[in-house]
Design a protein around this ligand. Structure first.
Ligand SMILES: Nc1nc2c(c(=O)[nH]1)N[C@H]1C(S)=C(S)[C@@H](COP(=O)(O)OP(=O)(O)OC[C@H]3O[C@@H](n4cnc5c(=O)[nH]c(N)nc54)[C@H](O)[C@@H]3O)O[C@H]1N2
Ligand SMILES: Nc1nc2c(c(=O)[nH]1)N[C@H]1C(S)=C(S)[C@@H](COP(=O)(O)OP(=O)(O)OC[C@H]3O[C@@H](n4cnc5c(=O)[nH]c(N)nc54)[C@H](O)[C@@H]3O)O[C@H]1N2
Ligand code: SF4
Ligand SMILES: [Mo]
Length: 654
């Protein structure tokens, strides 16, 4: 496929969902920022500046395993092997014995081609890793307002009067967006509320830090809704014309046991009231959510409760308001938008929608199957059982999910595993076919940032050896699977994107050429605000949910472990100070721990050693560890742990 290059307009930083624009600097490995909507000052963060420094070790040639040995082969041989083995799986077990896992690191076109390949082969077993990080928030948004996407443009934050950041650390994790939009808004008088059991760099700019017990954010947001209701802060006209379910919600709030809620969440009532007052009296309130408020199924749902608060106060559908999903990886939004999802076709259309399938069939020449496929985690669990073959593009389940040994066994239980990656990883080691790909800075296409902005990638470096873009590989495989049928014949990446815009209603009217240098937000009506007049629901109204169960204050004695800093391997290693155990001075004192002491953090079954950092912004009863340190001992977020000085054989709590 042809690529376009442009040294002037540059490409998009492939490292995070902010989507800063950058180009090669004078020194080949250092990137220089180019002013664009997400980085209006043309600045980059530290990671972005190193974007051209891709990986120490790269895959350069296709590799195929025969018996126990691995051989470098030609692309033709590698493709033939994939087609042969996948066809054998389909012949023996049917297409639903295949799994396709994409690709928040990959472009819209690549994810589109991946799901097209799955669906033309006859299965909806296609998912993308990006859906895990923010799944609770995405679900609340799709079910209640329409799309699993940020509602507004980043720039709109400049107009907000109150910004609530929950379970997130944008000052460090989306630094350019934070410094370009949140910081100036706060300097201009906006109130920043940080909701997090642990203080972090974002807290430093905050006017109010609410530090609830882990997993109790939903109760805190319900408390805020109650406070707003009591203060007469409900936006009656918005509620009556734009929403449904208010009466039930208000009735539930009336019965909400505020005192018990405050006790269980362990929040300072005075601070909650202060925030309630700010939200009730503000004209514009925006909320930013990160991975910290993502719950487990069956637990209180924080994003759902936050959405109630925004609806109650009419804070959706205008500039300066809305809910921002602080997506992590470069194309988390896009991978889902283009249909790398087991129950959604491109453009968030249901696979059960006959009309949508027919429109796609008209374009593809093949109708997608109508039965929803299985989610990524369900697919992984079925590897070696009824899932016999898998194509994994740009994710690394072997390292980045818990219980590594279990995952290794699953990967090895497959009849055939094909992995597309740019570097050797714990997953490529288990593959029958490894296909080497071009990195983000080496390829063309489009990616969609966390504010729904579709932007162009332009290659700023050459991929090593014979590696090629994921798009070229997926199209190449498609051509072989459907020889002579034309389903995967494209002259260039622009043709893939243009086809996508014809099948995805959210991208209707856009074209590769029209994306231009500034990028374009979807939908393409030139309004950066979603739901200004109507919600993308069946009746056009937004739905209130109910209050969340308060639950019990679930522990006595032990310390609750909170983690953060989850990362893609791709980012490089966290700074050493991130490995410290953050603990409140009083909790530390009770255990005779001083700052800098070596401590042991243990659960019933495992323990790690680390260094204590006394920190008054960490709530009492909670300790914080970077995920890379905590993961080996962590069973569940909010796990109860014991902390003791390393020298001491005795534990003091738990
Ligand atoms: N235990 C544990 N689990 C975690 C996390 C954690 O820290 N600890 N973090 C969580 C989070 S927030 C996330 S986002 C996920 C990340 O999980 P993954 O997305 O699975 O992991 P990554 O390391 O980001 O990237 C996977 C692979 O993509 C490759 N890659 C990069 N660019 C491209 C490309 O253009 N094409 C292709 N084909 N491959 C490419 C990289 O080389 C890497 O091997 O894991 C989640 N799970
Ligand atoms: N520099 C850099 N930037 C990155 C990445 C990177 O690797 N490096 N990775 C990117 C990726 S893949 C992602 S997903 C994003 C993640 O971005 P964030 O979600 O902002 O990442 P964290 O720093 O882990 O912040 C999570 C916060 O949630 C808090 N938390 C934990 N439990 C709870 C709880 O029950 N309630 C509340 N309210 N808070 C809780 C933790 O204390 C922590 O402060 O960052 C992206 N940005
Ligand atoms: S904020 Fe994100 S997109 Fe911007 S330069 Fe940093 S890593 Fe890249
Ligand atoms: Mo992530």
């Amino acid at each position: 496929m042809t690529d376009d290059t442009s040294a002037e307009t540059g490409t998009v930083c492939p490292l995070c969902g902010v989507g800063c624009r950058l180009r090669t600097g004078s020194d080949e490995t250092r990137a220089r920022g180019v002013a664009a909507p997400a980085n209006p000052n043309g600045r980059l963060c530290e990671s972005g500046a190193g974007a051209f420094d891709v990986a120490d070790e790269r895959l350069t040639e296709p590799i195929v395993r025969r018996g126990g040995d691995r051989h470098v082969v030609s692309w033709e041989t590698a493709y033939d092997r994939v087609v042969e083995q996948f066809e054998a799986v389909v012949d023996a077990h049917g297409p639903d014995a295949l799994a396709f896992l994409g690709a928040p690191h990959c472009t819209n076109e690549e994810n589109y081609l991946l799901q097209k390949l799955a669906r033309t082969l006859g299965t909806n077993n296609v998912d993308n890793r990006a859906r895990h990080c923010h799944s609770t928030t995405a679900r609340a948004l799709s079910e209640r307002v329409g799309y699993p996407a940020t509602t507004n443009a980043l720039e709109d934050l400049l107009e907000a009067d109150v910004i609530i950041a929950a379970g997130a650390n944008p000052a460090e994790r989306q630094p350019v967006a934070f410094n370009s939009f949140v910081r100036p808004a706060v300097n201009d008088g906006a109130t920043l509320v940080h909701v997090d059991p642990v203080g972090n760099r974002t807290t430093r700019l905050a006017d109010v830090h609410l530090a609830p017990r882990p997993d109790t954010d939903a109760i805190v947001f319900d408390l805020l809704s109650t406070s707003v209701l009591e203060r007469g802060g409900v936006d009656d006209s918005f509620v009556s014309t734009r929403t449904r379910g208010f009466e039930e919600f208000a009735a539930a709030l009336g019965e909400f046991d505020q005192e018990r809620a405050a006790t269980v969440a362990g929040v300072d009532s005075e601070r909650v009231q202060r925030v309630g007052e700010a939200v009730a009296s503000a004209d514009r309130v925006a909320a930013l959510v990160g991975t910290g408020v993502e719950g487990t199924e069956g637990r209180p749902n924080a994003p759902a409760a936050l959405l109630n608060l925004l609806l109650l106060t009419g804070n959706i559908g205008r500039r300066g308001t809305g809910l921002y999903v602080l997506r992590g990886l470069v194309n988390e939004q896009g991978a889902t938008d283009v249909g790398c999802v087991p129950d959604r076709l491109p453009g968030h259309q249901s696979v059960t929608d006959d009309g949508a399938r027919a429109r796609i069939a008209a374009e593809w020449g093949v109708e997608p199957p109508s039965t929803p496929g299985r989610s990524g985690s369900e697919l992984l669990s079925s590897f070696g059982d009824d899932i016999r073959g898998a194509l994994i593009v740009g994710e690394n389940p072997a390292i980045s999910k818990r219980d590594r040994e279990w995952i290794r066994q699953r990967l090895d239980a497959l009849d055939v595993l094909v992995v597309l990656d740019l570097a050797p990883s714990a997953t490529t080691r288990h593959a029958d076919v490894v296909l080497p790909v071009a990195a983000g800075v080496e390829k063309a296409g489009t990616v969609t940032n966390l504010e729904r902005r579709v932007q162009r990638l332009r290659p700023g470096a050459t991929p090593p050896g014979s590696s090629r873009s994921d798009a070229a590989i997926l199209a190449g495989l498609g051509q072989r699977f459907f020889e002579g049928k034309g389903h995967f014949e494209y002259a260039g990446i622009d043709e893939v994107f243009d086809e996508l815009t014809r099948v995805a209603p959210t991208l209707e009217g856009l074209s590769f050429a029209a994306v231009g240098d500034e990028g374009r937000q979807w939908p393409t009506d030139d309004d950066s605000v979603l739901y200004r007049d109507t919600f993308a629901t069946a009746d056009g109204l937004a739905a209130f949910g109910t209050t969340q169960p308060i639950g019990e204050s679930n522990r006595q004695g032990g310390l609750e472990l909170v983690t953060g800093g989850r990362t893609s391997e791709f980012y490089g290693n966290p700074r050493p100070d991130h490995h410290l155990l953050r603990i409140h001075p009083v909790d530390a004192n009770e255990r005779s721990i001083e700052s800098g002491d070596t401590v042991v953090v243990s659960t019933d079954t495992a323990a790690v050693e680390t260094t204590a950092d006394l920190d008054a912004d960490t709530r009492r009863g909670t300790v914080y560890l970077h995920a890379s340190v905590a993961d080996p001992i962590l069973r569940d977020d909010g796990s109860s742990v014991t902390v003791s000085p390393a020298a001491s054989p005795m534990t003091t709590d738990g």
